[in-house]
Design a protein around this ligand. Structure first.
Ligand SMILES: [Zn+2]
Length: 255
């Protein structure tokens, strides 16, 4: 059976007989691994469609046990990502994140559209590409069913509004969201507690990432100290709830 789908290349490797195994994030079928003998080094549109940071249409033969790419046609190449180290680092962490978070053959069309919007935005960003990566990750958490709790205390359930100015500045990674001062004091006594008390309003920052279109962040730069705390919280949070930490391994230690 032949299937046709849009997709993004997540990674590829050589296999036997001059063939390659391409891991694709497809819109209709989710993540799939497909073999191909299309020569990646040629200048054809099919070859371009096998490279990273390309959005393409694929005709894929679905056999009993394996997928095989028959033909491919690049729709858009976000080549400018490779020309800038900041964009490249953010986009590489994004690809690694998607590769780890997606289950095989589990369609996630909403996340696919968000991923495409990320590639569009990062390829033309005029500020830190890492801010776009933060926004992408925060938005993806809801789609993956692990959104942080930002409206009430994760310890006692008190609503965020019932606390005065500055009363809800703590974020508990272990609790999975914001935490009130009383519960924070209690939780700190637990050996595995992981609480951040940023000097800015974390509810507003995460809410901003969650609610604004991704393209908004093409022009947004966070202050370095804010970016540092957001990076730390998201790294710990994704590590705990998704088993993934692409922010420290790919970005935090480099540049
Ligand atoms: Zn509480």
């Amino acid at each position: 059976m032949i299937i046709t789908t849009e997709g993004i290349v997540l990674r590829q490797r050589k296999i036997a007989n001059n063939r390659r195994m391409i891991v694709l994030f497809t819109k209709q079928y989710g993540k799939i691994s497909a073999g191909t003998s299309v020569n990646e080094k040629s200048r054809s549109k099919a070859a371009l469609a096998l490279r990273p940071f390309t959005y393409a249409d694929y005709d894929i033969f679905r056999g009993r046990e394996a997928y095989s790419i028959n033909s491919a046609q690049a729709k858009k190449s976000f080549y400018s990502i490779g020309e800038d180290i900041d964009r490249f680092m953010a986009a590489s962490a994004f690809i690694e994140y998607l590769d780890k978070v997606l289950g095989e053959e589990t369609p996630m069309p909403g996340l696919f559209d968000l991923a495409l919007a990320f590639l569009e935005s990062v390829s033309r960003s005029r500020s830190s590409a890492e801010t776009l990566l933060f926004a992408f990750i925060v938005k993806s958490l809801r789609m993956l069913g692990v959104a942080p709790e930002l409206s009430c205390c994760t310890g006692c359930g008190k609503s965020a509004e019932s606390f005065g100015e500055g009363g809800f500045r703590s974020f508990s990674v272990t609790g999975g969201g914001i935490i009130c001062p009383d519960c924070a004091e209690q939780e700190k006594t637990r050996p595995d507690s992981l609480i951040y008390q940023p000097s800015f309003d974390i509810i507003t920052v995460f809410g901003y990432f969650d609610s604004r279109p991704l393209a908004t962040f093409e022009k947004v730069d966070l202050k370095p100290d804010v970016a540092g705390v957001v990076r730390d919280i998201l790294a710990e949070y994704t590590d705990r709830y998704l088993g993934i930490d692409v922010l420290r391994t790919s970005i935090g230690l480099e540049v």
